[in-house]
Design a protein around this ligand. Structure first.
Ligand SMILES: Nc1ncnc2c1ncn2[C@@H]1O[C@H](COP(=O)(O)OP(=O)(O)O)[C@@H](O)[C@H]1O
Ligand SMILES: [Mg+2]
Length: 239
């Protein structure tokens, strides 16, 4: 591999203040455009790993490296200031987490607009981009609804649109279909794959969903805060 990894964890350790060691010695790399699924029993450290990789929580030891926007070098996510890290998160990393985290007092459109406005996009441009993404996730007719007036699946599609609105290189998803019925879950999955493939995004998904592990480029198995095994998925005629 000549070009630097889009995202990389080096020797990551995480010990919470409670004394729980949630991750020990985890090293992994993600290249451009790959979709990786992480599986493992509850408590294995999957969510902790995503938080560390996303710049949301500092590792006790080790580092997280993100490819720079120019694509030439890498930046060590916890060696920059908190405000710099927030800026990097906003522009380069999209989050689709299990609990929606939508702002309840804002409409779907306003929720999707937020990251764009934070990154300094002019309102008119931001609005058309947000509307475009809401159309792509099939929600143009619902854009003025507040989260409470949307179904679980619709809320998760708003979360997806919001995660993608800044065109992030990396998308981190923690059980993105965990609390959706299977039909709605399939729809969110299809959208995720379509949009990520189109934009050559690197996607890391924590999921127990067999369909996701089948469709992934690579599956990482975690247990007790460690990577137990990794395997590439053979692309055959079943897709
Ligand atoms: N904020 C926290 N404070 C203390 N312990 C935590 C915290 N978050 C997770 N843990 C513990 O760390 C371990 C790994 O948790 P987690 O990363 O949530 O695993 P998973 O997502 O695989 O279920 C568990 O033992 C969990 O109880
Ligand atoms: Mg978890």
């Amino acid at each position: 591999m000549n070009e630097p990894a889009v995202l990389e964890g080096r020797n990551l350790w995480k010990e919470y203040s409670s004394g729980v060691v949630a991750l020990s010695e985890v090293s992994l790399q993600f290249v451009e455009g790959e979709i990786v699924v992480i599986v493992g029993p509850s408590g294995a450290g999957k969510s902790t790993l995503l938080h560390l990789l996303g710049g949301l929580d500092r590792p006790t030891r080790g580092e997280v490296l993100l490819r720079t926007e120019s694509g030439k070098g890498q930046i060590s996510l916890y060696e920059v200031s908190e405000s710099q890290r927030a800026k990097i998160r906003n522009r380069q990393i999209g989050f689709v987490f299990q609990f929606y985290h939508l702002l309840p007092e804002f409409s779907a459109l306003e929720n999707v607009l937020c990251p764009l406005l934070i990154s300094g996009a002019p309102m008119k441009k931001a609005k058309s981009r947000a509307e475009d993404l809401l159309r792509k996730v099939g929600l143009s007719g619902r854009q003025d609804h507040k989260p409470a007036h949307l179904s679980g699946g619709e809320q998760q599609r708003v979360v997806l649109a919001r995660a993608l609105v800044n065109g992030p290189k990396v998308l981190l998803c923690d059980e993105p279909t965990g609390n959706l019925d299977s039909k709605t879950g399939s729809c969110v999955k299809d959208l995720l794959w379509d949009l990520a493939r189109k934009e050559k995004q690197t996607v890391v998904i924590v999921s127990h969903d067999a369909e996701m592990t089948e469709r992934a480029d690579r599956v990482i198995h975690m247990r007790d805060g460690k990577i137990e095994a990794t395997h590439s998925v053979m692309k055959g005629s079943t897709r």
